[in-house]
Write a protein that binds this ligand. Structure first.
Ligand code: SF4
Length: 243
């Protein structure tokens, strides 16, 4: 089988400069917010690139993730893989069990397919609420969003001051997909096995499918929704993103 690294890793013009810029931004953010900054790793490849930088550069940045209770086994397996490879403890935040039980009891296991509102309600309790806890006590956070990922993300900045006063850093904002895989190849970064099964973007199991060659990278997320922005609200508010 041809791996995704073999297919996509390519050092295009400007690669070294983009890597150097991302590392410098991450280092500066870590120095400014030492002990109060967290990388939210969604356990896809961009998150792994950033965790690799944090560990390799020995930066005082916590690494945290959300276990929504609906992740693929391959995604959950990334947590012990990160810990074994880098010798760091990944902070894991889960939804409140009683909220999940109540929601599923009322709307069923497949509620996300019934309406956009129910899908967003599921994202709110499985992702947004735990994310609030993940960010508690932090003055800054780091995410792996890239402009190239979707039309909604094409204006992603390197840095933003959020409404709640937290600083948010996007070191990979200008990276291409080829950059990401070239970095993985260079540093032998562990990555989610789903990427080799044509999952460029990885979310919860019920809401993520593989894509075909040439399809939009986020086509496999909430694929049944027509016209709705493919965002859960962690980074971009869907109603804003679709405007
Ligand atoms: Fe629920 Fe799907 Fe959102 Fe995951 S991505 S929280 S399963 S609606």
């Amino acid at each position: 089988m041809t791996t995704i690294v073999q297919r996509l890793a390519r050092k295009t013009r400007g690669f070294e400069a983009r890597v150097a810029h991302a590392e410098a931004l991450l280092r500066e953010a870590a120095e400014d917010h030492a002990g109060r900054i967290v990388q939210a790793n969604s356990l896809g490849v961009e998150g792994m690139v950033l965790t690799d930088m944090v560990a390799r550069l020995k930066l005082p940045v916590a690494v945290a993730t959300l276990d929504t209770g609906a992740l693929h086994a391959e995604t959950l397996a990334m947590i012990p893989r990160i810990e074994a490879r880098y010798g760091i403890a990944v902070e894991v935040f889960r939804p409140r069990q009683e909220a999940v039980v109540q929601f599923v009891g009322r709307h069923g296991e497949r509620a996300m397919y019934d309406s956009v509102d129910l899908r967003r309600a599921c994202c709110a309790l499985r992702k947004l609420e735990p994310m609030e806890r993940l960010l508690q006590g932090r003055s800054a956070w780091v995410t792996g969003l890239r402009r190239e990922q979707s039309a909604e993300r094409r204006h992603v900045p390197f840095y933003a001051l959020e409404d709640d006063g937290r600083e948010k850093f996007y070191p990979l904002a200008d990276w291409t997909e080829a950059d990401v895989w070239a970095y993985v190849q260079r540093h032998d970064v562990p990555y989610n096995d789903l990427h080799d099964q044509w999952f460029p973007s990885i979310g919860c199991a019920p809401c993520t499918r593989a894509v075909s060659a040439g399809e939009d990278p986020r086509a496999g997320r909430w694929w049944w929704e027509q016209g709705a922005a493919k965002e859960c609200g962690l980074h971009l508010r869907p109603e804003v993103a679709s405007a």
